[in-house]
Design a binder for this molecule. Structure first.
Ligand code: NAD
Length: 261
């Protein structure tokens, strides 16, 4: 039986690690050819190897999603190699500096906004010319923080960037529907990745930013421990596939209902 994403080309930013890595592996397992865009080629090579060992095809392209020239070059090289782009996971992101507003520098603010929000804009902008002819699916990794904040301080820049990704994703869904390009926004709660490990599993950091220590279990009705990146990858696959072909402009929460509290 033909795989469900056979003959599809997928671009995954931040595919070297965490949610991006799990999604790249899942999309490849469903038959897509995957192009991973990440800051360091060497970080993404193990993912490429894993995909190739399973019989899939994967290209690694080094780029900084917040840099216009770097992204233009990266996406051009992907489309030159494969001829088209059908699926985009705009996922590269950082938590950035977590400081109260008074202590946050303008450079720290810019770094978070540029990586997360400008990065998504540049990813979509550059992929678009290679998707318009045949349509496709764009998935943006935002966060529950785009719509609510923890009862803590220090996440103003991160939350703003994630809210911006939601607004951008909805505008893009409206604008790109004419090309049969769907755009959806996924909003994870706590997921076990490097980002999570470096911030929310770091006791000093938790104290500094005043997140309750029982995080994340005490913060969500399902009382799960953090979810695995593979659980997010199921949602990414669904939104990438034709099975979701009437879904666009949606925010999808994958958070054990944490965002409802
Ligand atoms: P991660 O650190 O494991 O992966 C992030 C990847 O993005 C890394 O490979 C990193 O090198 C890459 N990256 C960072 N800056 C980049 C840049 N400028 N250009 C290209 N690549 C860059 O973290 P993750 O948890 O998998 O994060 C993925 C996305 O999920 C992020 O947008 C994050 O905000 C979002 N998110 C994560 C959680 C969580 O709990 N882990 C929750 C909600 C949202």
């Amino acid at each position: 039986m033909e795989k469900r994403l056979a003959n599809k080309i997928a671009v995954v930013t931040g595919g070297a690690s965490g949610i991006g890595r799990a999604s790249a592996l899942r999309l490849a397992a469903e038959g897509a050819t995957v192009a991973i865009v990440d800051l360091k080629e060497s970080d993404a090579l193990p993912v490429q190897q894993e995909i190739q060992q399973a019989g899939g095809e994967c290209l690694v392209v080094e780029a900084d999603v917040s840099n216009p020239e770097s992204m233009e070059k990266a996406i051009s090289s992907i489309s030159e190699k494969f001829g088209a782009i059908h699926i985009v996971l705009s996922n590269a992101g950082i938590n950035g500096a977590f400081s109260p507003i008074e202590e946050l520098s303008a450079d720290e603010w810019d770094q978070t906004i540029q990586t997360n929000l400008r990065g998504t804009f540049l990813t979509v902008k550059n992929c678009l010319p290679h998707m318009k002819k045949h349509g496709g699916s764009i998935i943006i990794t935002s966060s529950i923080n785009g719509n609510r904040t923890f009862s803590n301080f220090g996440m103003a820049a991160y939350s703003t960037s994630k809210a911006g990704q939601m607004a951008f994703g909805k505008m893009a869904a409206l604008e790109l529907a004419q090309y049969k390009i769907r755009v959806n926004i996924i909003c994870p709660g706590a997921i076990e990745t490097n980002i999570e490990e470096n911030t929310f599993r770091n006791e000093e950091k938790l104290e500094e930013i005043q997140i309750p220590v029982e995080y994340p279990e005490g913060n969500q009705p399902l009382k799960h421990k953090s979810a695995e990146p593979e659980q997010v990858a199921h949602l990414v696959y669904f939104l990438a596939s034709e099975e979701s072909n009437h879904i666009t402009g949606s925010e999808m929460y994958i958070d054990g209902a944490e965002s409802l509290l």
